[in-house]
Design a protein around this ligand. Structure first.
Ligand SMILES: *Cc1c(COP(=O)(O)O)cnc(C)c1O
Length: 224
């Protein structure tokens, strides 16, 4: 068996008890690598750049579910709206507005996650609880018909200190529960907690992740 598919099987066994979904993050990796995992049954793949995502999607099987996990510029929304499965990285009201507009034009309903800043690092992108509340309580948001908020996404600090990572995942889980209670009660749609990467997915699963985004473990180290 090929090593990549061995890792795939191991990861899927690890995720099964949690009922979590594996998103294979294929950024910088060739289409042949994606096809290997596809042949082994993997269908959810994620990229962080729009150009690379649209190029790959055009050449690969149509039943792949494509996820965008990187920062999305408003002027590039139109390129992914026709086919994207889930946008994990909605990091501002302005961006969600742009997605709503393009989705209306395409006649699609786009599933989105709100990205939150949880790491110690000074990350540029993402909501905090206040800015998310402002958006979710606004009349503009209430009028959106072409975007559906499915949950939240976050990235923990890149550190060996497990307590730091665990604490950040717990905060994201708390944000998720708070938003669910205050804005999405009784709605089945708000259910995804996208957290965990190659280095910290086990902690993320223990803290309630429903989607782990794994690149390096599946495809090997990236160059550059
Ligand atoms: C690259 C990336 C991943 C995967 O990271 P690995 O450490 O290679 O597993 C997950 N999430 C996001 C947002 C990424 O950009």
């Amino acid at each position: 068996m090929l090593p990549e598919t061995t890792v795939l099987n191991q990861l899927q066994s690890a995720l099964r008890p949690y009922g979590a979904t594996l998103i294979a993050i294929s950024k910088t990796k060739p289409e042949t690598d994606i096809l290997e995992l596809y042949e082994a049954g993997q269908r959810d793949f994620g990229e962080n750049r729009v150009q690379e995502l649209t190029d790959k999607a055009a050449n690969l099987p149509e039943d792949i579910r494509w996820h965008l996990v990187g920062h999305l510029q408003r002027n590039k929304v139109k390129y992914i709206v026709p086919f994207i499965h889930l946008i994990h990285s909605v990091d501002s009201f302005r961006l969600l507005r742009a997605i709503e507009k393009e989705a209306a034009r395409e006649g699609r309903l786009i599933d989105c996650l709100l990205q939150f800043k949880i790491a110690q690092e000074d990350t540029k992108y993402g909501f905090d609880l206040n800015s998310a509340r402002q958006m979710l309580e606004s009349p503009d948001f209430a009028a959106f018909r072409h975007v559906r908020i499915r949950g939240v996404m976050g990235m923990a600090t890149f550190t060996e200190e497990e307590a730091v990572v665990r604490g950040e995942f717990q905060r994201l889980r708390h944000i998720f529960e708070t938003l669910k209670q205050d804005y999405f009660t009784g709605e089945d749609q708000f259910r995804e907690l996208s957290m965990g990467m190659s280095g910290d997915y086990e902690i993320a699963l223990e803290e309630g992740s429903t989607m782990v985004r794994i690149g390096t473990l599946l495809f090997g180290e990236r160059e550059g």
